[in-house]
Design a protein around this ligand. Sequence first.
Ligand SMILES: Nc1nc2c(ncn2[C@@H]2O[C@H](COP(=O)(O)OP(=O)(O)OP(=O)(O)O)[C@@H](O)[C@H]2O)c(=O)[nH]1
Ligand SMILES: *[C@@H]1O[C@H](CO)[C@@H](O)[C@H](O)[C@H]1NC(C)=O
Ligand SMILES: *[C@@H]1O[C@H](CO)[C@@H](O)[C@H](O)[C@H]1NC(C)=O
Ligand SMILES: *[C@@H]1O[C@H](CO)[C@@H](O)[C@H](O)[C@H]1NC(C)=O
Ligand SMILES: *[C@@H]1O[C@H](CO)[C@@H](O)[C@H](O)[C@H]1NC(C)=O
Length: 469
Amino acid sequence: MLSSSSLSIINHRWFFFVITFFAIYLAISYIITSFTQIDNEITDKKKTYVSYIDETSTTSNSHSCFGTESNEERYMTYLPHSGFHNQRNMLENAVFLSWVLNRTLIMPPVIFTKKSIIPHRPYNILYKMITGNMTNNVITCKRKGVEDNRCMFTQLDWEELMDFKFIKKNIRYIHRGDQNFNVNELYSFLNITNPENQVFTLAEETRYDFQFYDDENITKVSDDQFDHLIHLCSLQRRKEKLIHFGSIYHLNRFNLRFKKNIEFLKSVRENMIINHPVLLDIGDKISEQLGGLGSFIGVHLRLGDMGFDKKFGQKAEENVDSITKSLLNEIGDIPSSYNKLEEIEVSDSNYLIPTNTMIESEKCLRSISPEQRNFPIIYLASDKPRNDHRLKKFLREFPCVFMLFSNFEKYLEPLKKVKNPRDGALLYRYFVPFVDGIVAARGNKFIGTPESTFSDYVLRLHEHWVGPQ
Ligand SMILES: Nc1nc2c(ncn2[C@@H]2O[C@H](COP(=O)(O)OP(=O)(O)OP(=O)(O)O)[C@@H](O)[C@H]2O)c(=O)[nH]1
Ligand SMILES: *[C@@H]1O[C@H](CO)[C@@H](O)[C@H](O)[C@H]1NC(C)=O
Ligand SMILES: *[C@@H]1O[C@H](CO)[C@@H](O)[C@H](O)[C@H]1NC(C)=O
Ligand SMILES: *[C@@H]1O[C@H](CO)[C@@H](O)[C@H](O)[C@H]1NC(C)=O
Ligand SMILES: *[C@@H]1O[C@H](CO)[C@@H](O)[C@H](O)[C@H]1NC(C)=O
């Protein structure tokens, strides 16, 4: 009896164990299969490096996907490279990321160079190049002085050059001050003692490894240059104190569907406007000589050569031709009152005598024949001087073409004293092209060179100061 009753108890227990085990087995295998399914989906379909199922899942069309509400301040930074306009593009992308990730941006300065730039490379190479070059540079500049040619780089805080009203309103930032971009200095500044757990380094292996996207419906990169997609939510959920990006350069770095994101990025770009007082003042004075804001046509002709910038050198003649043509078409549309000819009293002589108090544009108009006076006043910005043979054709077509060094060099005098507050380096050589761009932007119309990032930026200034064309 005893044995049978204890047996039935054992049987009963055994049955209970089997059931429980089975239930647990089912639950575990369900969890495992569903997780690997999601994983496969991400890595295969979206080719995403970073799995975004680190904890809570969110609904697919939620715009904001904060999985980790926390009041602890978190940070992000990136590695700058290349020329000014590439660096500006990276800053714009960084401001967007800082906003979308709610992380304080450790903002790298503009790196200006006397000679060669730091080229665009994948993370590890880029990191070595920047830290190597900047470490050497600090030593050289100290030894030789900032004006010596061997002191190649100077680092300027973006806020010295750009209007930061929009940035201040929308993100938190700190100007990165350690000159050599070494992570150890950054970690100690941020009190990071355990980088393995406190830092997420998104190290790209090719230059355009990642494109960032914001909507689960997006399954393909929107620009073939990119290899992989990374969901912004996966970055938002990172708990590390610091996200360290490499290069974030590219006009199509983001693949966005959410209106709020698209509009924010657009505003970041529209608000990245030069506001250095000396530059603005010189730009203003020169454009006054051309009749004032909106009284002339601004042209940018990027000529290049057959060396480093042969992308433009090869097409220079073609570009001069097409810009000349489109300007001549333009004139067809412009009434002759454009040059305020009615204001000029025509005397018996066809040629009027310029006086010293006249602005430059008027002097030019008075010195040409009346038939020519319906041509517009042109300000020509270029990387090459007026005597470049490729400009001949253009200069022959239009009677009143002004250029920075042939007409307004004396206005650049105040710029010769402007120094970088960080190291005292003179900024003249880096700032002269900005004056050219600022003046060209202040016409009533702007015509630039195709594919030039310089032209793109002048057009943006033009739209900001004069309005859309
Ligand atoms: N003074 C002056 N310099 C210019 C002008 N346009 C281009 N440059 C110089 O040429 C350099 C190269 O131009 P970038 O600003 O890099 O822009 P880009 O024309 O798109 O050339 P890439 O970036 O190489 O494609 C600039 O650093 C300027 O120093 C100009 O109108 N005036
Ligand atoms: C953004 O970060 C700040 C401080 O780092 C924090 O106080 C705030 O709550 C965060 N906002 C959101 C929406 O998580
Ligand atoms: C500095 O940068 C150049 C590329 O501009 C690179 O070839 C060189 O190796 C770098 N120097 C150091 C010390 O890293
Ligand atoms: C680092 O620690 C110091 C001392 O505790 C503190 O004052 C500082 O705010 C900390 N900095 C950051 C970025 O957390
Ligand atoms: C994504 O796809 C779903 C289902 O097809 C749709 O309901 C949703 O509106 C889409 N989201 C966006 C932002 O287009």
